[in-house]
Design a protein around this ligand. Structure first.
Ligand SMILES: Cc1cc2nc3c(=O)[nH]c(=O)nc-3n(C[C@H](O)[C@H](O)[C@H](O)COP(=O)(O)OP(=O)(O)OC[C@H]3O[C@@H](n4cnc5c(N)ncnc54)[C@H](O)[C@@H]3O)c2cc1C
Length: 383
């Protein structure tokens, strides 16, 4: 059981913290205001190895553990949870190509992804298929050594910015979840275009949008693993993705807590700092407790994933669900501690609160996480 970071973990955390606090945090508010995707920090992040967390060294990556990844995402999210989100999606895609791709595919995409030249995106959801993702309809019909892809995908993080999209498509119309395959589709492929970019509550510096495929010809050699493996690949990605979202949520909650604590010591009311009032003290104590519990759950889930533990999927669901619920509660309370100052944009806590909400929805909404946990505990009782 892990309670303290070892020397190597602390060293990496400190490097990331320094970069995040100096190069990211000062810009997070304006990037959000201006809806600016900070592509300019992708290369510097890659130079620290952070664009190749799951890429083997022979392709230019660091090949780190999930636990180390969780520590890194926590630090990045303390500076800007939007950056942590888009980078974690990128690393998730690289991890899938490494795990399910062949040598040729790894050689084609991984070095560029590790060096910060190619940005990744992951596309499972469709307009009518979010939680019920196996119901997706975007079709890929085989024609010789190509697939002809038709349909549209929704809510894709990094849409329009990414260079390499892993797209779950239906290769067998009657195959249910076993009729889904994963294609890697490059941004300039004829027949592929970007549709609507969503206007969102938060994470405004990272585009979320639609992918449109109109008779898009994708080489069969760009399929990861066998036909029919796509849903399994997506679920594998989500286990890791959930740990990352959990870690980012811990970082976001910590950032909100730090602002609230500082404010509670400085802000005066009735002749005292507001932190002298028990009503504020108990809020801060609850926030600190929840953050620490969430952090430990995330670290435990990451360690179980690294060890291939049989309950790794349940642990990832627990960590994601608890950490994102914690971030929502803590950021909401941080706004309350700051009072009116919390509601206006002079302070970052209103942004933190807007950003926390999405964690409860993405990578499987928290109701779905509870279903995953209950199924692991009870088995399938509904036939
Ligand atoms: C900012 C953002 C970024 C995203 N990025 C990506 C991305 O990069 N790639 C990608 O593929 N997708 C992405 N998504 C989509 C995201 O994964 C889905 O929104 C999510 O899976 C929920 O699906 P849905 O929105 O269709 O909700 P629905 O499935 O319509 O669910 C609506 C509500 O019903 C609940 N619900 C559904 N089924 C059940 C059930 N059986 N029992 C109890 N409650 C249930 C849900 O929990 C939710 O509260 C993103 C979404 C957002 C908002």
């Amino acid at each position: 059981m892990l309670f303290e970071l070892d020397d190597e973990q602390q060293e990496m955390r400190d490097v990331v913290r320094k970069f995040a606090q100096n190069e990211i945090a000062p810009h997070a508010d304006s990037w959000d205001d201006e809806h600016h995707f900070p592509r300019e920090i992708f290369k510097p992040l890659a130079e620290l190895g952070l664009a190749g967390l799951l890429i083997p060294e022979e392709y230019g990556g660091l090949n780190l553990s999930r636990l180390m990844g969780a520590i890194i995402y926590e630090e990045l999210a303390q500076a800007d949870s939007s950056t942590s989100t888009w980078l974690s999606v990128h690393n998730m895609v690289a991890g899938l190509i490494n795990r399910f791709g062949n040598d040729e595919q790894r050689q084609r995409w991984l070095p560029g992804m590790a060096s910060g030249d190619l940005l990744g995106a992951f596309s499972l959801s469709e307009a009518h298929a979010g939680s019920d993702a196996a119901n997706l309809r975007t079709s890929a019909r085989r024609e010789g050594d190509h697939y002809i892809v038709n349909g549209s995908k929704f809510w894709v993080t990094n849409a329009g910015q990414a260079d390499v999209y892993t797209v779950m498509v239906r290769t067998d119309p009657n195959g249910g979840s076993k009729g889904i395959s994963t294609l890697v589709i490059e941004k300039d492929t004829p027949g592929f275009s970007i549709g609507k970019i969503e206007r969102k509550m938060g994470l405004n510096s990272d585009p979320t949008g639609e992918l449109i495929f109109e008779n898009c010809r994708v080489p069969v050699s760009h399929r990861l693993s066998d036909e029919g493996m796509g849903f399994k690949i997506a679920l594998t990605a989500l286990d890791g993705g959930r740990i990352n979202i959990g870690a980012s949520s811990v970082g976001l909650a910590q950032a909100a807590f730090d602002v609230a604590t500082r404010y509670a010591k400085e802000r005066q009311a009735f002749g005292k700092p507001i932190g002298a009032f028990q009503g504020i003290q108990f809020m801060l104590a609850d926030m600190a407790m929840k953050i620490q519990a969430a952090r430990l759950l995330v670290y435990q889930a990451a360690s179980k994933y690294d060890d291939g533990a049989p309950d790794a999927t349940m642990s990832a669901a627990m960590a994601k669900c608890f950490a994102t619920d914690t971030a929502m509660a803590v950021t909401t309370d941080a706004v309350q501690v700051l009072g009116g100052a919390g509601y206006v944009r002079d302070w970052p806590v209103e942004r933190y609160m807007r950003e926390a909400k999405v964690g409860q929805i993405v990578e499987g909404a928290n109701q779905i996480q509870r279903m995953v946990i209950a199924r692991a505990l009870l088995g399938r009782l509904d036939g």
